[in-house]
Design a protein around this ligand. Structure first.
Ligand code: SAM
Ligand code: SF4
Length: 452
């Protein structure tokens, strides 16, 4: 998955205080964050082969009102084929300039948009292209994202034949009413059917995405949705707190008084905590602040590797890559992506070569999202003592009950799990903060300003 560029704000300049804590500043999944990247760079030459591959498919058959991803709607077969031609060219370009072919690739993730918008022949074609340019024989995990409306038994069967061993289904809510209010084009029954069809063709590692705090989500609808989730008992559950972004259909509906505001932050957090308690009581194990697995072996390897700063290469518009000490993001616009690749250029729009300090910060920002950071692993990787480098910050975060620090490392507390993205941002370098503060204040629209 890739996110739209969103400017996280820094209401605190110095030390984080209790009053600064908020869940509304967006999801941290990358460092340095995209809005702080500037250098347009090819960047894809490497001595360090990637272990993860991401492929992006920016297509959907409908637009959910809350969604901030850049997607093309209802594209015909020819338009998708045209995008796939270009994706193939990008694979070719990267594989001839790097040692991609020699890489021991462990995980592959197809995200979007909705990769299962592709028809069966297109899915097969992309898999063939991938095999042509990379050695995928050592894959431990291969995931495809989907929405229930795009799945059929035949397509799921083909997905298994193509070698995917993990399916992610965006359910968002098991309440048909909540989905309808949010312009989500499937009912509870269609979501349940999709899960059952996936099981019937032998997919035994299913992730279900839910969003907590959607418009129309009452306490009883939320409970209903969580009850259904536990009935279905998927191997992996991802719960997002609704992120209300500018330029979405939802924010404009609210601004025009056509839609209610979603539940406030306190309600949302309480619902999330209730879900967490129920999942833990049902035997789930928490692997990240918003992911839960039925058994530890279902932890998503792709995410663990990416958040452990293992090298990853992304293909497709807006995808990001981290390898050879460089972070890059491909151009977001589909048409610019196509024209750049067609003219023989690697389509990285922005990027940055990381300094040794950036690498340390990146490690802490992302590893914190895996709930604990080990002092010994940090010392092995960077040759420094983490308590010596960041002791003051860690003990300050501990004083806010966000972290627990012991001799082995630091661990997010239940409160730290809620405010994890604020915890991560406290590690950001001053250069990055300055860029974000510089951008943040003025470009934030009124709706968000009032909500934040
Ligand atoms: C690329 S989509 C997943 C696949 C498919 N397009 C779908 O929606 O079912 C990734 C996930 O992002 C989450 N998401 C999208 N917009 C969001 C928002 N505004 N706030 C929180 N989560 C969001 C949804 O849970 C969604 O399943
Ligand atoms: S189907 Fe998924 S990617 Fe497409 S608009 Fe809805 S949430 Fe966004």
């Amino acid at each position: 998955m890739t996110a739209a560029n969103f400017v996280p704000t820094f209401p605190w300049i110095g030390q984080l205080t209790e009053d600064d804590l908020s869940t509304k500043r967006g999801f941290t999944f990358q460092y340095p964050p995209f809005p702080s990247l500037t250098e347009a760079t090819e960047g894809k030459t490497t001595e360090e082969p990637p272990t993860g591959i991401y492929m992006h498919f920016p297509f959907c058959s409908y637009r959910c009102s809350f969604c901030y991803y850049s997607v093309a709607l209802k594209q015909g077969v020819d338009a998708v084929d045209d995008y796939l031609d270009v994706l193939n060219q990008e694979l070719q370009l990267v594989s001839t300039r790097t040692n991609l072919r020699d890489a021991n690739i462990k995980t592959m993730f197809w995200g979007g948009g909705t990769p299962t918008y592709l028809n069966e022949a297109q899915l097969e074609r992309v898999m063939q292209m991938a095999h042509e340019h990379m050695d995928l024989t050592g894959l431990d995990e291969s995931t495809i994202e989907s929405d229930p409306a795009s799945l059929s038994s035949a397509k799921l069967q083909r997905i298994v034949e193509l070698g995917f061993n993990r399916l992610s289904i965006g359910v968002q809510s098991f309440s048909s009413d909540v989905n309808a209010i949010n312009q989500r084009n499937h009912t509870e029954q269609e979501a349940l059917d999709a899960i059952e069809m996936a099981r019937a063709v032998g997919i035994d590692n299913i992730n279900v995405d839910l969003i907590c705090g959607l418009v129309g989500e009452t306490a009883s609808r939320w409970k209903y949705s969580v009850d259904r989730l536990l009935d279905v008992s998927p191997e992996h559950v991802t719960v997002y707190l609704l992120s209300l972004r500018p330029k979405t259909a939802l924010s404009s509906q609210i601004d025009r008084g056509k839609q209610d505001l979603p539940a406030n932050e306190e309600v949302r957090i309480n619902r999330f905590r209730g879900l967490r308690d129920r999942l833990l009581t049902a035997g789930y194990v928490q692997t990240t602040p918003n992911c839960f697995v039925r058994e530890p072996r279902y932890e998503q390897i792709h995410q663990r590797n990416a958040w452990s700063s293992l090298p990853l290469v992304g293909f497709g518009n807006s995808s990001y890559s981290y390898f050879n000490g460089r972070v890059t993001q491909n151009v977001r616009s589909i048409s610019k992506y196509k024209s750049q690749v067609r003219s023989g250029q690697i389509p990285a729009a922005i990027g940055q070569k990381l300094t040794a300090q950036d690498e340390i910060i990146r490690y802490l920002v992302l590893k914190t999202k895996l709930l604990s950071v080990s002092f010994a692993e940090f010392q092995d990787r960077f040759g420094f003592s983490l308590p010596n480098l960041y002791g003051d910050k860690l003990y300050h975060l501990e004083s806010l009950d966000l972290l627990e620090v012991d001799e082995s490392g630091y661990h997010l507390t239940p409160k730290g799990i809620i405010y994890v993205d604020d915890v991560c941002r406290t590690f950001y370098g001053n250069d990055v903060r300055a860029k974000l503060i510089g951008d943040g204040g003025s470009s934030r629209p009124s709706l968000l300003r009032s909500l934040i």
